[in-house]
Write a protein that binds this ligand. Sequence first.
Ligand code: 3PG
Length: 224
Amino acid sequence: MDVNLNVSCRLTALQVMRDAPVIPVIVLSDVNQAVSLARALVAGGIRMLEITLRTPQALACMEAIARDVPEAVVGAGTVRSAADAQACAMAGARFAVSPGYTHAVGQACRDAGLPLLPGVATGSEIMMAQEAGLTELKFFPALQAGGSAMLKAWNGPFGDVRFCPTGGVSVANAAEFLALPNVVCVGGSWLTPADALARGNWAQVTALAYQASHLPRHFALTSS
Ligand code: 3PG
């Protein structure tokens, strides 16, 4: 929790990953829910919020949270093009997450000042991201692409890379990932269940965030 949240401070990908054990993957289709949801997550100890570009309202939701919830850091998820990266930066996003990696997305994020957590699922993709200077990566889809066994295997040849496994991660298996030395945090949608959003059950979201923010992890918060 050592991050300066002031919007004038540029974050690093590692700061985004270190802030809490879980980055929530959020799908919002109602801009009126955005601020309440962000406040509920912050109340549970989760500040780095990945708003996915999967709905037409996503950019407006980012804008609303960036404007009204200064204790949160808006991130953009499902960034798949340079145009996505630019639009998210304009909407107030301060980090980006992508389901894969391309040099165009990497360059656009650099140009926009957005730290990027690109998705990788193979050794070649890790090497491409490393060629661009990226060492903090999302492992996606984590469960389907090999789970914790894959991360253990990667820790040999890619011992300098730190991962945020996402996809199929839940409170039931998060601890297995967070126990690994090359995992800093995990990503997942379980903190924001669709029915809780539909009913405006913000207490449930806060309880899930609180539970997530207290998950133990191997990664030492003091390491650089
Ligand atoms: C993502 O979008 O990054 C993942 O699809 C989230 O996966 P989950 O819904 O299994 O947590």
